[in-house]
Design a protein around this ligand. Structure first.
Ligand code: FAD
Ligand code: PYC
Length: 416
């Protein structure tokens, strides 16, 4: 086995990046599809893949205005975990985590899922109580979780400042060993390649500019490459869901805000788990390339610019230096932003809309990367069977009319 991979490495090295075969086709749009998916991020591509693979629905076009994975999928800090408080959310995210655990094999593409554990620090007595409550709730749902003492935290993360005299003393943490990180681009590419292999058309550089409806039902989308008919239209357009909804005359309970992240210069391995702190507003891990991947909170205003305010990352870096004094000498390399669609209860909206044939999967806010495979799976099931998958029933749009909200601000907390 080793011999073959070495041989193939040499073969590829000799190609000087030439004559690679395409990982997916670049088809011309058809006049119509059974299902059009708007948005070629991880969720849209996963939906297309599971529609084809699990339900045999292959007459599908994924319409992406930019390049595949160029939205939040390619801009996030890649934290994967399922330690949500409410039963409905915990079940959905853990379903997704289980799919992550076999995803590289499923797609025959290394998505570099690395279950290195996720730690949420507690700095006050009240935070520790919340942590204990959440870990207990997780365990009741069969989700792994432990409460760590300060000493146990220090042992796992030697560089963390656990001194009782620090500005944010570490009183303990929650710990989910099955959580971790994954390679964001690879997830998009893996789903794209697999969906294409099932015959799904991936249409890049194609912007949806309108949603055409007749007699209360969707009939297709206007695009920068002309009208494309569809029996079903599924919008998976994180950051732009409100814009798409407006094209169909709908208004979603969503706010679109910038969320930032940044990476440092590469370092030797020094942090082998994910550390998150709601109170100081930072989360940090070390990528396989060696750079520290750091995330901040959302900006306090709505907008569609994919950048954020300087004071937000300044605050986050101050927090990183408090928690990890050794990192104060590390230089930052790049910073960027994405636009996240946030619902009032910090949970997604998945399912039908009042327009027949028009579906939305949106509102994942600051935390949808971890849901990518699970979201695609349950959304595909919902689309194919024209009824909500049992796991998504609680996430219907009408919960904002009925009041059956699923408050996950605590679990989503760090980036809100
Ligand atoms: P996207 O990847 O954004 O895909 C939507 C696509 O729709 C885009 O490619 C866009 O170009 C396209 N589109 C929009 N409008 C149109 C149109 N009119 N026509 C055609 N195409 C259109 N989540 C986590 O779980 N863990 C994290 O650590 C984490 N960190 C984050 C850090 C940052 C800085 C950001 C911004 C987000 C973070 N998230 C995290 C959230 C996560 O990135 C998103 O919830 C998730 O990636 C959404 O995936 P998606 O496929 O729905 O959206
Ligand atoms: O949901 O775990 C998360 C997260 C971390 C950073 C942004 N979102």
């Amino acid at each position: 086995m080793e011999k073959y991979s070495l041989l193939s490495l040499f073969r590829h090295a000799g190609r000087h990046h030439e004559n690679w075969s395409r990982a997916w086709r670049d088809p011309a749009p058809k006049e119509a599809y059974d299902t059009v998916i708007v948005g070629g991020g991880g969720h849209g591509l996963a939906t297309a893949y599971y529609l084809a693979k699990e339900h045999g629905v292959t007459d599908v076009g994924v319409i992406e205005k930019g390049y595949l994975g160029g939205g939040n999928t390619g801009r996030n800090t890649t934290i994967v975990r399922s330690n949500y408080l409410r039963d409905e959310a915990a079940r959905l995210y853990d379903f997704s985590l289980k799919l992550w655990e076999g995803l590289s094999q499923e797609l025959n593409f290394n998505v570099m899922f690395s279950p290195r554990g996720v730690m949420n620090l507690g700095h006050t007595l009240q935070e520790m109580r919340d942590i204990e409550r959440r870990v207990n709730a997780n365990r009741l749902n069969g989700i792994d979780g432990e409460v760590l003492t300060t000493d146990q935290v220090q042992k796992r993360v030697p560089l963390l400042n656990c001194s009782p005299n620090s500005r944010y003393p570490v009183l303990g943490a929650s710990w989910q060993p099955r959580g971790g990180i994954a390679r964001h681009d690879a997830v998009a590419w893996g789903f794209a390649r697999a969906a294409d292999a099932h015959g799904v058309d991936l249409l890049q550089q194609t912007e949806v500019t309108g949603i055409r409806c007749q007699n209360g039902a969707v009939v297709g989308v206007e695009t920068s490459r002309g009208f494309i008919g569809a029996r079903k239209v599924a919008c998976v357009t994180a950051g732009n869901s409100g814009v798409l909804a407006r094209m169909a005359g709908l208004r979603l309970p969503i706010e679109s805000r910038p969320l930032q992240a940044l990476v440092s210069e590469p370092l030797k391995p020094c942090l082998d788990t994910v550390v998150m702190s709601n109170a100081v507003h930072c989360y940090i891990s070390q990528a396989d390339k060696g750079d520290l991947v750091i995330g901040a909170g959302v900006d306090g205003y709505n907008g569609y610019g994919q950048r954020g305010s300087f004071h937000v990352i300044e605050h986050t870096l101050a927090a990183v230096c408090d928690l990890f004094p050794a990192f104060s000498r590390v230089r930052m390399n790049r910073q960027w932003g994405g636009i996240v669609d946030i619902c009032p209860d910090a949970c997604p909206i998945i399912g039908k809309t009042p327009v027949e044939g028009l579906y939305f999967n949106c509102g994942w806010g600051t935390g949808g990367f971890k849901a990518t495979p699970g979201s695609g799976y349950v959304f595909a099931d919902t689309l194919a069977n024209e009824r909500p998958h049992p796991l998504v029933e609680p996430f219907a749009l009408d919960r904002f009319a009925s009041g059956a909200l699923i408050d996950e601000h605590g679990a989503a907390g760090v980036a809100h």
